[in-house]
Design a protein around this ligand. Structure first.
Ligand code: SER
Length: 523
């Protein structure tokens, strides 16, 4: 099955089980201070789980663009080095909001995997939550018994909170989960080592493909769990990993999702894929990153020097750096890849087509500017090396190397490589010290801590009246305290509001809130 057929089969299956199929939410999050990017399919439904908002559709399914490069779920360092992590990936998901729970969720997962996708039943392992005393949550024997209908007990593994209690972030909806793993190794390898010993052990061919989360709690800011008003289901299956399994490949990058991009790089560089580790990692990094970059720009997030924009800029530069260092690319190359990506994925995600021109223009400019940075950096390093040698030193000072990295955006490992080629050392410890200082500075600047919402009245309809009225009397439905950059402020939710929210590249409305005792200006 091709990637587009796999995605469609998932949606058709859950539509036949009474689910409404909805579009992916944007990957860049604008209205949740606890998140920078969508990191799971459930993000857009957070308020339904918490009971702050209600949906008339109790069953929903979709494919969600996710990015895991910051916060609690961050896979960046693994990407490209291994063959099954990604910055951006598609998460196929089905949700129940106070409707079905463990039984249907497990029955349907089994039916879809074994009857529709036809995965060998004896390659499947599942994990269930073994309970956690500290949180006061018991072992999930119900899921264990449900799985026993389908597989021998020795394929059902108990797992701890680390792997089998899913939380969106430090606070928010959470619950025990049951993961489905598939063993894709050859018969000979499977005979030598029992697959169950490799589950959750970072084996590239024994991988988790689907996570069924049974949402039951809200993790509060003080770390305690409180029961949600109802129980819900939140499942997420990595489409790229599923494609690897269904296409019988050993790596996500060997599927039709990535191969056309890799082939483009092969033609461009004249290097083979699969012959040399350094080349392979570089090609994987690039074809992974081009998706994260293109989709973020399509969702309105341009590369910049702060916040989400800075994350995207760093991903783009990481891709350019791998191309430059490992593949010998000296001119912009990402832009052409984004064109190819738009052609391949534009049916499933039309924003890649409608925003195509913008995506290409932004990537071309960013890339060209970073190539100039590389050139300037190389010139500067050469000056530093000449100066150090003239002074009889055999080391580049940590502070100089850090300045290259921080002010000029020049990557540290490239500095090391050039220094080595010139038979001079780099004061790595001095660099690390400067880096740690800078990280502390930026952590203090970007940390966002939000308290739990304080609910003042039960009203889940927030009505926007700003097209007709600029003043109104209103009630505060709920509020919470948020701390950022050492400043405290409050977020208020009203029953009706004339304020248009920030979104679609526009800043939100500002105004005043007047009560009996005071007048406050919004910020
Ligand atoms: N939220 C869960 C996850 O991201 C299941 O969708 O794994």
């Amino acid at each position: 099955m091709k990637i587009n057929d796999i995605r469609k089969a998932y949606q058709d299956f859950f539509e036949s089980k009474g689910h409404k199929i909805v579009p992916s939410a944007p990957m860049v999050v604008k209205n949740d201070p606890t998140l920078m990017f969508t990191n799971a399919g459930m993000n857009q439904f957070k308020d339904f789980f918490l009971g702050y908002n209600e949906t008339k559709d109790k069953r929903i399914a979709n494919t969600q663009k996710c990015l895991r490069v910051s916060g609690k779920h961050n896979d960046l360092e693994e990407v490209g080095v291994d063959t099954y992590h990604h910055t951006m990936f598609e998460m196929l998901g089905n949700w129940s909001f106070g409707d079905y729970f463990k039984k249907d969720s497990i029955d349907w997962a089994w039916e879809l995997l074994t009857k529709v996708y036809k995965i060998d039943t004896d390659r499947i392992y599942v994990t269930v939550f073994k309970g956690d005393e500290q949180d006061g949550v018991p072992a999930d024997t119900e899921s264990e018994n449900l799985w026993k209908q389908y597989m021998p007990a020795d394929r059902i593994l108990q797992a701890s909170k680390k792997d089998n209690f899913w939380e969106m972030g430090d606070t928010g909806p959470c619950g025990p989960c049951s993961e489905i793993h598939v063993d894709m190794r050859d018969e000979a390898d499977r005979k030598k080592i029992d697959g169950k010993t490799l589950v959750n052990n970072d084996h590239p061919q024994v991988i988790e493909i689907w996570n069924l989360v049974f949402m039951q709690f809200n993790r509060k800011a003080n770390g305690e769990l409180e029961k949600l008003p109802a129980t819900h289901v939140d499942t997420g299956m990595g489409l790229e990993r599923l494609a690897m399994v269904l296409q019988g490949k050993k790596s996500n990058y060997d599927t039709d999702m990535f191969q056309f991009l890799i082939q483009h790089l092969v033609e461009l560089t004249g290097k083979k894929y699969g012959a040399d580790e350094v080349t392979d990692i570089a090609m994987r990094v690039i074809v992974d990153h081009i998706r994260a970059i293109s989709f973020s720009i399509a969702d309105g997030q341009l590369p910049s020097n702060t916040g989400a924009g800075y994350v995207i800029r760093r991903i783009l530069r990481r891709a350019v750096r791998y191309g430059y260092q490992a593949l010998g690319l000296k001119e912009p190359f990402l832009c052409d890849l984004s064109v190819k990506l738009g052609q391949a994925m534009g049916d499933a995600f039309p924003e890649l087509r409608t925003q195509g021109e913008l995506i290409q223009k932004v990537i071309r400019e960013e890339e060209a500017s970073f190539f100039r940075t590389l050139e300037t950096g190389i010139k500067r390093i050469n000056d530093l090396i000449t100066k150090a040698k003239a002074e009889g030193k055999n080391e580049l000072a940590g502070a100089d190397v850090f300045e290259l990295y921080d002010t000029f955006g020049f990557p540290f490992d490239l500095t090391s490589l050039i220094a080595r080629e010139n038979k001079i050392l780099v004061d790595e410890r001095g660099f690390e010290v400067e880096l740690a200082k800078q990280k502390d500075r930026s952590r203090a600047a970007t940390q966002v801590e939000s308290d739990d919402w304080v609910i003042l009245m039960n009203d889940d309809q927030q009505e926007f009246i700003g097209y007709d009225f600029l003043h109104t009397e209103l009630y505060i439905v709920k509020y919470r305290k948020v701390k950022q950059k050492n400043k405290e402020f409050y977020q208020l939710v009203f029953n009706i509001t004339p304020f248009y929210a920030e979104g679609g590249g526009q800043v939100g409305d500002q105004g005043t809130l007047t009560s009996k005792d005071e007048t406050i200006r919004s910020s």
